[in-house]
Ligand binder design. Structure first.
Ligand SMILES: [Zn+2]
Length: 305
């Protein structure tokens, strides 16, 4: 009797399981290293994908704690998309090794190094000595802060998702086109602000703002860090203050996670003010998607300069 009940329950569970599977479209499971990639992946993937990210927008993306919980998420992922250029060097191999998922290992169908489709700047000629602390030895990895690279990221996701889920190819193509149309429309709105920014001298904490500077035409005359990832030294700051006085810098741009006191110290000795800008989606309240991130930063700069 008991065996019969268990058997019946088992058959029912199997039947229900099979029918719900047939009804529900299995989603592509995407894990991205950053919120920006996550947001563009969702814009392109729509309902056909589920996307999660590892680092939060308010964290320094160079120094993210590799939480073991992410190993489980990577174990079931169809795609792992990352910025590359050593941005994730501190934690990526640990999590990928732990996940034991051949799809997302180098050479696997879901291993997606996004840097291979973008325009990378600050690529060093010759050997870069890592012992000096430069965290950008492969070139500048903060490329998402240029809308052209945003478009290229969307197209890469469109192609990868279509390869892994051919039935969704037309959806991914339409979503990528819609994303580009929204971005193009936003860029048209930014034109007056961009015209205002052209040639304005600023100082930035990290070279992360080089892409936005290139796009907006602002002129970064110096960095708070003597090298990317190396904290400011008193002698470096003394030279920087001279440069700022000479060039009339009005703004020091920095991410929320750097040392505000040091920037205030420099601002107090020049005519500059400190402008904290979100470098990624989710870094501050209200910056919830890629286009609003770009818009927020451009407007803040235009208001301050
Ligand atoms: Zn960096």
């Amino acid at each position: 009797m008991n065996i019969r009940i268990i058997f019946c329950a088992g058959v029912m569970a199997l039947t229900l399981g099979a029918s719900s599977q047939a009804l529900a479209q299995p989603k592509l499971r995407i894990v991205t290293s950053t919120t920006d990639l996550d947001n563009i992946a969702q814009a392109v993937g729509g309902d056909r994908v589920s996307a999660i990210h590892i680092s939060e927008g308010y964290q320094d993306p160079h120094f993210v704690e590799a939480k073991p919980s992410f190993i489980l998420k990577l174990r079931n992922a169809d795609v792992f998309a990352f910025v590359g250029l050593d941005l994730e060097i501190g934690w990526m191999s640990l999590l990928i090794d732990g996940a034991r998922n051949p799809k997302i290992r180098q050479g696997g169908s879901g291993y997606l190094d996004v840097s291979r489709v973008v325009r990378v700047i600050d690529v060093a000629r010759g050997n870069v000595d890592r012992s000096q602390g430069d965290v950008h030895p492969q070139g500048n990895p903060h490329y998402w802060l240029d809308p052209e690279n945003g478009r290229r990221i969307a197209r890469l996701f469109r192609d990868k998702f279509s390869e892994l889920d051919p039935a969704g190819a037309s959806t991914y193509a339409a979503n990528a086109r819609a994303f580009e149309a929204r971005l193009n429309a936003a860029e048209n709105q930014w034109k007056p602000q961009l015209a205002k920014l052209k040639g304005k001298p600023v100082v930035a904490w990290h070279t992360s703002w080089r892409y936005l500077a290139q796009y907006t035409g602002i002129n970064i005359v110096g960095f708070m860090e003597p090298k990317p990832g190396v904290p400011p030294s008193p002698s470096h700051l003394a030279g920087l203050i001279q440069t700022m006085r000479r060039t009339g810098v009005k703004v020091i741009v920095m991410e929320p996670f750097y040392d505000r006191k040091t920037a205030d110290f420099v601002a107090a000795r020049t005519s500059a003010k400190v402008l904290i800008l979100p470098p990624s989606v989710g870094a501050i309240k209200g910056v919830t998607d890629y286009i609003s991130l770009m818009q927020y930063d451009i407007r803040q700069l235009a208001d301050a300069l």
